[in-house]
Design a protein around this ligand. Structure first.
Ligand SMILES: NC(=O)c1ccc[n+]([C@@H]2O[C@H](COP(=O)([O-])OP(=O)(O)OC[C@H]3O[C@@H](n4cnc5c(N)ncnc54)[C@H](OP(=O)(O)O)[C@@H]3O)[C@@H](O)[C@H]2O)c1
Length: 213
């Protein structure tokens, strides 16, 4: 079973729909009961999973789950907001996954989160928040993958990306393609215990992941 956190988000919805369509049993985690209708009909079972709530509740949600995909993110780039969700909330989810004996954990991160000083000044707090939670995940007991996404768009997916430990310069990627990367990671052992940058490109997702150095 796979639990998707932030399932009501623009990328989260693609991830739930794609994983369910490929036969995975999916739990669609949303931050409150009010958000449950947003994930209805995507193919996952809705569940409340608030990254800012009592971590003990998150542990209960994640018990029995093999894989967690964290697609959650703050709506607001203000430091208080990103520190609450992208740093502390993400860390709480990682710790809860460990406590619930989850095996594999995929985190949606951002290009330049591993070197925030080189990223866009206007999103630096966000990059620092991601850097901290990505580091906690890397040092956790989980089989981890940090997917450092370029700027997300709602363009239709192409099924083709460029992925590498580090890509030069910024870029964009369709949320639909980001979801295809999540799916691809589940069957590509080269993505175990690895972080990588990904943006739109010309290589089919599976081939791009298989070629990670
Ligand atoms: N936007 C970009 O260009 C960009 C670039 C690189 C990486 N990323 C990362 O990629 C991921 C997906 O981005 P996106 O733009 O598709 O996301 P999005 O549409 O903004 O969705 C964010 C999701 O996080 C959820 N969330 C917020 N607070 C939460 C909480 N306390 N507990 C649980 N869930 C919570 C939201 O719930 P509600 O629906 O209830 O608000 C929503 O489902 C995020 O991790 C983001 O940081 C984004």
């Amino acid at each position: 079973m796979i639990t998707v956190l932030g399932a009501s988000g623009r990328t989260g919805r693609h991830v739930v729909r794609l994983l369910a369509a490929r036969g995975h049993t999916v739990r669609a985690g949303v931050r409150s009961y009010q958000r449950l209708p947003v994930v209805a009909g995507l193919g996952g079972s809705p569940v409340v999973a608030d990254l800012a709530a009592d971590p003990a509740e998150l542990v209960d949600v994640l018990v029995g789950c093999d894989v967690v995909v964290n697609c959650a993110g703050a709506a607001d780039p203000a430091p208080e907001a990103v520190n609450l969700i992208d740093r502390d909330g993400a860390i709480a989810a990682i710790r809860s996954a460990e406590a619930a004996s989850v095996r594999r954990y995929l985190q949606l991160s951002a290009m330049f989160a591993d070197a925030p000083d080189q990223g866009d000044r206007t999103v630096r707090s966000f990059l620092y928040a991601k850097q901290v939670s990505d580091t906690v995940l890397r040092r956790s007991s989980l089989v981890w993958t940090v997917i450092r996404l370029a700027t997300l768009t709602d363009d239709p997916g192409t099924g083709r990306v460029s992925a590498a430990a580090h890509l030069i310069g910024p870029g964009r990627i369709a949320r639909e393609d980001a979801a295809a990367v999540v799916l691809g990671c589940l069957t590509e052992p080269r993505t175990d215990n690895r972080g990588f940058d990904v943006r739109a490109g010309s290589t089919a997702v599976a081939a791009a992941l298989a070629a990670l150095d």
